[in-house]
Design a protein around this ligand. Structure first.
Ligand code: AMP
Length: 297
């Protein structure tokens, strides 16, 4: 990947002018919204955007509105200089690093809310639907500021990507939303900015999360589980062995996020658990159609 010269822009008028100038010269625009503390999961999104677009905007903004615990917001890792360097190395052309007041002026009074099962289950049930209101509001603002052709989101936050797709469709925001695969460490741990807060022991324990998702997926694909409950039990058991109680462990429809009533079609297995005082989430999709999968081989 050729390293491009990265421009850091902090205000809305400046980024709008810059993007308008690039567009006038015929450029297409890809956009990767992030909260910083960039790792290989983020840079994979930036690299993909750089393969597909002339201009790649990476926003770095820790959004206070989507944290339900003040200490989680305070402890969120921040290192702008390192993030700008990592974004540039991955092919970003512009880093948008607004202040909190640039995004939320003192008289800010609006909110984007997606209602229904998509936001009421999993993270919405566990962290409260306000988490998604905060995320949907800031992503709407950022999409409106950047006006990208395509915005890239990670499958690691599968529910977030579905919520974004829903409000972008409902509100007719003219940006295509693309979801890219979860990037993991070699031992299976899904990369997350929060992993930096794990102790060595905590990291070891956290490996049980991806292992539990895999155990449930195996139980589905090898037929040893005959119901979503049995498949969940296989995962929860794997977590219990590691001394972890999940905030949730659920087998769901990958599009509606409603709990699966039977093992058929493509299923999403999603888990959240607090390890070492750090709340982690992860998910896998699995095909439950063993006959179809065999027939397709
Ligand atoms: P965040 O900075 O955590 O808000 O994440 C910014 C974007 O990066 C979101 O679309 C995330 O889903 C995505 N992302 C975070 N971790 C990963 C990962 N391990 N693999 C792929 N995408 C990720």
């Amino acid at each position: 990947m050729t390293e491009r010269i990265v421009q850091t822009i902090r205000t809305v008028p400046l980024i709008r002018d810059e993007i308008a100038a690039r567009r006038a010269a015929g450029a297409t625009v890809g956009f990767v919204p992030t909260m910083g503390a960039l790792h290989a999961g983020h840079t994979a999104l930036v690299e993909r955007a750089a393969r597909e677009h002339d201009v790649v905007v990476v926003s770095i903004f820790v959004n206070p509105a989507q944290f339900n615990r003040a200490e989680d917001l305070e402890q969120y890792p921040r290192d702008e200089a390192a993030d700008v360097k990592a974004a540039g190395a991955a092919g970003a052309t512009i880093c948008f690093t607004p202040s909190v007041t640039e995004i939320y002026p003192a008289d800010f009074a609006s909110s984007v809310q997606v209602r229904g099962p998509l936001t009421e289950t999993l993270e919405g049930q566990d962290r409260g639907v306000g988490h998604f209101d905060g995320m949907a509001t800031v992503v709407t603002i950022l999409l409106n500021i950047v006006g990208a052709d395509v915005a890239y989101f990670g499958a690691k936050d599968a529910q977030q990507a579905l919520v974004v797709q829903r409000f972008v469709r409902d509100l007719r925001i003219p940006t295509e939303i693309v979801t890219s695969a979860t990037v993991r460490d070699q031992d299976g741990l899904a990369l997350s900015s929060r992993n930096a807060r794990l102790t060595a022991d905590g990291r070891e324990q956290a490996l049980a999360i991806s292992a539990a998702l895999q155990a449930a997926a195996n139980a589905i694909s090898n037929g040893s589980a005959d119901s979503p409950e049995a498949a969940s039990a296989a995962g929860i058991d794997r977590l219990r062995v590691a001394g972890i109680t999940a905030d949730y462990f659920m087998i769901a429809d990958p599009l509606t996020l409603e709990p699966a009533s039977q093992l058929s079609g493509t299923l999403l297995i999603a888990c959240a658990a607090t390890v070492d005082g750090v709340r982690l989430i992860d998910n896998l999709t699995v095909s439950a159609n063993r006959e179809a999968a065999t027939a397709n081989c």
